[in-house]
Design a protein around this ligand. Structure first.
Ligand code: NAI
Length: 337
């Protein structure tokens, strides 16, 4: 019984990857030797839409590449050491960036700014030079600031295309679906939640009122669920007790978002998921990056969806989100300026 269902699951990894399209793509992972980078590289090796994987890190990427390259899928894998960034980026269409330090207990994502801002800026400078039309997926925290840093760096280099830059907020979406499933007793397949705003604490705004399973939840249960979605990352940081933050669930989320983008780039219609992009939705309030449902298509960002109707509680969550998000974005921009 187990053997049969396990074999079926392996034969059809449909929860993570969909393969209806047929064109294939070269993908680079910058930070491939890290806690996220390693399992992310493994999952991307399993994605049939990836034809070639370029794994780069200042430490350990050739070893990860040699290991992952033995997996029996068609894609080729190459590893690049610290001085080989330009080679790693040659010809890539999609660049995923999990390079940088993770949180330790007691730290906020903003505490990572000083270290990660320059790492992300330097990697973006190289992408601008070697692969200026690539789609860039930023995982490195604080995402609310690192995405504006990448945008400003590309702008300086004269190659910024807002349709090609994404902050990966998929882990918040994955957590929201999983936690809502836990509360409602439904399957996570049936409990997707649109999560808008940014990717840290109060800037993470789950729109539970738009979910058939979420809209009935109120009072203390609602408050606890929202808190868990906003601060779920802290549970992992605490449990790992100094050894880092979410890596395995983040690798899953990163591979899932990459697959969604590749499906869009290959012409599949109706691929819609939240992601943190350059957006005019709140530009009148000085906030020009925002995560909301985005339709992914041939050129990356195809259409940015409005946030839709909000409940009274969600209006309050938005009031807390916007000023903090604005501060995070301005901090990123100021770093590059
Ligand atoms: P880690 O420390 O295990 O790995 C980071 C890797 O980046 C290391 O292998 C390191 O050698 C590499 N690296 C550092 N500087 C580099 C450079 N200039 N070029 C290339 N590689 C470089 O950290 P982990 O756990 O993999 O986390 C990575 C980042 O992802 C952190 O900033 C973390 O906060 C963030 N993160 C983001 C999430 C999200 O939802 N967007 C969720 C969880 C973590």
């Amino acid at each position: 019984m187990f053997a049969r269902s396990a074999a079926r699951a392996l034969a059809s990894p449909s929860r993570l990857f969909s393969t209806s399209a047929s064109r294939h793509t070269k993908v680079a992972v910058l930070g491939a030797g890290g806690g996220i980078g390693q399992p992310l590289s493994l999952l991307l090796k399993s994605d049939p839409l990836v034809s070639s994987l370029s794994l780069y890190d200042i430490r350990g990427a050739p070893g990860v590449a040699a290991d992952v390259s033995h997996v029996d899928t068609a894609s080729e894998v190459n590893g690049y050491a610290a001085d080989k960034l330009d080679e790693a980026l040659d010809g890539v269409k999609v660049v995923v960036i999990p390079a940088g330090v993770p949180r330790k207990p007691g730290m906020t994502r903003d505490d990572l700014f000083n270290t990660n801002a320059s790492i992300v800026r330097d990697l973006a400078t190289a992408v601008a030079r070697i692969a200026p039309t690539a789609h860039i997926l930023v995982i490195s925290n604080p995402v609310n600031s690192t995405v504006p840093i990448v945008a400003a760096t590309l702008e300086k280099a004269g190659v910024f295309d807002p349709a090609h830059l994404f902050g990966v907020t998929t882990l918040d979406v994955v957590r929201a679906a999983r936690f809502l499933a836990g509360v409602s007793g439904a399957s996570p397949n049936d409990t997707p939640v649109t999560v808008v705003g940014g990717h840290s604490g109060a800037t993470i705004v789950p729109l539970l009122s738009q979910s058939p399973y979420g809209k009935g939840i109120s009072g203390e249960a609602y408050a606890q669920l929202v808190h868990r979605i906003q601060f779920g990352g802290d549970e992992v940081v605490k449990a790992k007790d100094g050894a880092g933050s979410a890596t395995l669930s983040m690798a899953y989320a990163g591979a899932k978002f990459t697959n969604s983008l590749l499906r869009g780039l290959n012409g599949e219609k109706g691929v819609i998921t939240p992601t943190f992009v350059k957006s005019s939705l709140f530009a009148d309030q000085g906030i020009d990056f925002f995560s909301t449902n985005v339709e992914l298509g041939l050129n990356g960002v195809e259409k940015i969806h409005p946030i839709g109707p909000l409940s009274a509680e969600e209006e309050k969550l938005m009031e807390a989100c916007l000023p903090e998000l604005k501060k995070n974005i301005e901090k990123g921009k100021a770093f590059v300026a």
